[in-house]
Design a protein around this ligand. Structure first.
Ligand code: NAP
Length: 285
């Protein structure tokens, strides 16, 4: 149907985070609703941090059709919902709240979004040797997804050993702890650390790399979960070595596409979602 603006009939979803005003989710999802001809709208809410446990009750009370959940609420929302999907339970984090069989359910679409983004670029992780830098929220979702997607090996490299071990466990039987030099024999390299997002005090303003670029070669697919900036020192170094490179825009779009599909039951218009976010990020850089 042709959209003629928001009315009392419009179905509402929201992104919830703190801070949230920079979030690209409303832009991506409103582009998706428009492209699909749905009378749905996505807005943003920024509750105080201490109110995280009340978020599911607000969805009930206001009859929202779904939530996209971001920092710092992913864990507290997971702990406050009575029903979680297996992946949300394994990760202890929710990025998508949706109705399933009449019950409010916490899901996590980050990992599936990551793998879909790889597949959309013609790279299937099945049977591939993968090295993952970082084991925070995003790294754990990637470890789980690569294990589920049938990767031959998921090697986790992370400063904090406890978090590294948790990510290894999420990858299942193919997971193990590793070193940066494991990159040499791998096929997929994933940066799930914020290194490369911007200069920091320790690097004197330079944008650091998570690995020594001399380890990279033209047999690699190198993906950085960072999407702003669109390119990072890691991707630049990898491209210079002849590797295939992929930034985090694909994951951002595909995790939202999964949420769109769960909420509406419709096929997500991925191209429209991707186009709007690429245009916005290009204008911001
Ligand atoms: P997080 O939970 O804070 O985890 C950060 C990870 O990076 C941790 O493993 C941490 O290691 C590591 N790290 C941080 N600073 C480091 C440093 N100076 N040297 C080495 N390792 C360092 O963050 P997150 O939510 O997982 O996000 C990670 C990145 O992914 C961010 O850049 C974020 O923007 C991006 N992301 C992208 C998408 C997407 O859709 N494309 C989605 C989510 C996140 P320790 O465990 O040792 O502290």
């Amino acid at each position: 149907m042709e959209r003629s603006g928001i009315t009392g009939e419009s179905q509402v979803v929201a992104v919830v985070g703190n801070p949230v005003r920079h979030s690209l989710s409303p832009l991506i999802l409103n582009a998706a609703f428009a492209a699909a001809g749905l009378d749905w709208v996505c807005t943003a809410f920024e509750p105080p941090e201490e109110a995280g446990a009340d978020i599911p009750a607000a969805v009930h009370t206001l009859g929202l059709r779904g939530l996209s959940v971001t920092m710092p609420f992913k864990e507290v929302v997971a702990a406050s919902l009575e029903q979680l999907t297996p992946v949300a339970r394994a990760l202890g984090a929710v990025n998508c709240v949706r109705w399933q069989d009449g019950r409010l359910t916490g899901d996590n679409t980050d990992g599936d979004g990551f793998v879909d983004a790889l597949r959309a670029e013609g790279f299937d992780p099945r049977g591939r040797r993968c090295v993952l830098f970082g084991a925070g929220g995003a790294g754990r979702a990637v470890a789980w997804a690569l294990g589920q997607a049938g990767a031959a090996e998921v090697v986790v490299v992370n400063r904090n050993r406890e978090r590294a071990e948790a990510a290894v466990d999420l990858a299942g039987a193919v997971g193990r702890l590793g070193e940066p030099t494991d990159v040499r024999e791998s096929e997929l390299v994933v940066n799930a650390t914020p290194l490369g997002m911007g200069g920091d005090a320790t690097s004197g303003g330079a944008r650091p790399l998570p690995i020594d670029p001399s380890l990279l070669h033209n047999g690699h697919v190198v993906t950085d979960l960072i999407y702003h900036p669109l390119t990072t020192p890691l991707l630049e170094a990898a491209a210079a070595q002849g590797a295939r490179v992929l930034n985090g825009v694909g994951m951002l779009v595909h995790q939202a596409a999964w949420s769109f599909g769960h909420w509406t039951g419709e096929k997500p218009p991925v191209e429209a979602m991707s186009a709007v976010v690429k245009a916005e990020l290009a204008s911001r850089s």
